[in-house]
Design a protein around this ligand. Sequence first.
Ligand code: FPP
Length: 192
Amino acid sequence: MNSILNLIRATPLAYAEELVKAFMISALRTGPIPSHLSFVMDGNRRYAKKLGLPLADGHSAGSNALVEVLQLCFRVGVKQVTVYAFSIENFKRPKAEVDTLFTLLKEKLLLAVTEKQFCESFNCSVRIIGERSMIPADVLKDLEKVEADTAKFTEHTLFFAFPYTSRDDIAHSMRSIVQKVENDELDNFWSY
Ligand code: FPP
């Protein structure tokens, strides 16, 4: 199925698709463009179920769609994108699914943003804003390498909230405010 789709894409249809895309992007660029957009990954399993595909194919299609959406955002003029990629609760999923996701992250997403010159062509740095202590060591090592390698790109930023949860976000913010108050770095804090 995938090879048939690739064949169709390699025909004039792909050219037409790109033309329509370029036209839509130019139209969008004439209006106000948000400087920062966020996306929460959702619906991968439902997509796979609906098409009768293995669950891993749903996640794979989700990461392909993510790369396309990121390209569109940066082409339209959005400067920063945050992707809520994997929540802390997602660690409770079956080990096989979590392993599939980490493999996808390493073998597909990271390659898409590095080897396929995504970061270079969009002048885009990648930053991890999740709870790093929960990321498996080998995955973290790869992510930190991508962060270091792309730090030189300053026009766009891709924030990866991985892993995240709102409760953890709030606790993290409170800890950092407390730290700043203790260090006397928030002079006007009590007047707010
Ligand atoms: C939500 O769909 C998606 C996820 C839980 C993870 C998707 C992330 C990627 C494919 C990016 C690479 C992976 C990592 C680890 C950053 P869902 O599974 O909740 O689907 P549903 O809403 O249909 O149940």
